[in-house]
Design a protein around this ligand. Sequence first.
Ligand SMILES: [Zn+2]
Length: 208
Amino acid sequence: MTMLDRMRRHRSWLKWSLGIVVATFIILYVPTFMPGGRAGATNDTIASNARLREHGRALDGAVRACDAVNRLFGDGEPHPPAYHLLCNELGLLDREPERATLANQLAFRLKLLVAAGLAPQLGSCASCGEAEELVGFSGAAGGVVCAACEAGSFALSQEGHDFLVTAIGRPLADSPDADPQALQQAERAILETLEHHAHVRLRGVGAR
Ligand SMILES: [Zn+2]
């Protein structure tokens, strides 16, 4: 038998094996997804997939939280507040993986800013102290800015501002949610504050 014959035989064997695997998959799994199929199994599968998705997001959130702490506090010095905050976040994601949302990651990062002594100024203009007409956020100024000082800032909506204030004020387990635009503004506020004052660039918070 030539080498080519052996390869032909081998290829044919692979084809049959693949056929058997596909047939097994169809027989065992497809009825689960058919309308009126094994209803209990279908529900179990959907519930199991939902759990897997939640746990996948929680794992992703945990990795990003560790990465953020490492980038901001990974200088070899002890930072007890950041350590406790990270333990708190990881414990929360472990107990309640459904909390692994963009809003949760942003709330965690805002609390990291506070732990790093970089809490953004949110009550009045970070440049001139004006308490009215706060229209933007400036990473360089370190907080919200008024209409007169908005040069170099980006627009911050009322909801974006509310999210920043509430996420810093509430425990992580009770962090608020907000619309995608407000969350995007909050992420930008965090990123620009860190870039200007800690020279650190964090990874994005990812998809919800
Ligand atoms: Zn101002």
